[in-house]
Design a protein around this ligand. Structure first.
Ligand code: ZN
Length: 254
């Protein structure tokens, strides 16, 4: 057996990194067959890029979630980035953050109205050390895909360094999934590097445009599979409220 390098060892022994080849959707127990067997994450990106992706993931709190990965944080600041104003995505630890970054157009839930550490971001990106955050609303997404898009459930964020980029989608309506497929196809022509996509993992959700309880969970599983196959991205799951079977990395509530 070949000797594993340090990064591989750290990754394979981490319970928040998964290896799998098919996914059972909770509630209806139907299996979503993944179209191709999934290689372990350390075989899919060059070690340097993978380290960068993991370092970005651990440097920021994503809505109310954090990633517990074996990587070095890039910031001395304690930063959260928020996708939208729905209270179930906010966390009481926002009161202790150095900075809470939120979209200009989002409205903070009433119980967080007194937060003074908020940085509102509109069309211009904001940077913290080596990490740059680009806020994408419907207009910004439409300008990438070149056509009208329905207003997404939440604003999207592109969060990255010189070496790697992450697309953070904190919450979706069913209609956003088509937009996301289209968007990722066009990212390279806009010089957006996307090595990982963060998606919410749902349980029995009837809202968000889903007709029947398991529809959204199933749709997300197949989108995750498709994005991984066609764009080679890593997929991180934000348990909303259940953990995902389809992700490479699982977050935990902060
Ligand atoms: Zn929401």
């Amino acid at each position: 057996m070949p000797k594993m390098n340090d990064l591989t060892k750290r990754i394979r022994s981490n319970p928040f990194v998964r290896n799998f080849s098919s996914v059972k959707i909770p509630q209806d127990k139907r299996e979503v067959k993944l179209s191709v067997p999934i290689k372990p994450v350390d075989q899919r990106l060059p070690p340097k890029v993978l380290e960068s992706v993991m370092s970005i993931l651990v440097s920021v709190q994503w809505d109310r979630w954090r990633f517990m990965l074996p990587a070095k944080p890039l910031l001395k600041l304690d930063v959260a980035v928020v996708s939208h104003g729905h209270a179930d995505h906010w966390h009481p630890n926002f009161w202790k953050k150095d900075v809470v970054v939120m979209p200009d157009e989002a409205i903070a839930p009433a119980q967080y109205g007194g937060l003074r550490n908020i940085v509102r971001v509109g069309g211009s990106p904001v940077s913290f050390g080596p990490i740059r955050m680009v806020n994408l609303n419907a207009t910004a997404i439409a300008s990438v895909v070149g056509q009208f898009v329905p207003k997404p459930h939440a604003n999207w964020w592109l969060v990255g360094t010189r070496n790697a980029g992450i697309l953070f989608v904190g919450d979706v309506n069913i209609a956003d999934l088509a937009t996301m497929r289209h968007f990722l196809k066009l990212c390279p022509s806009f010089d957006y590097h996307v090595e990982a996509v963060l998606l919410p993992s749902y349980g029995r959700v009837r809202t968000h445009g889903a007709g029947e309880p398991a529809a959204l969970a199933r749709e997300i599983a197949s989108v995750a599979d498709e994005l991984r196959r066609t764009h080679g991205v890593l997929i991180g799951a934000l348990p909303h409220p259940i953990c995902a079977g389809w992700s490479d990395f699982n977050a935990a509530v902060a």
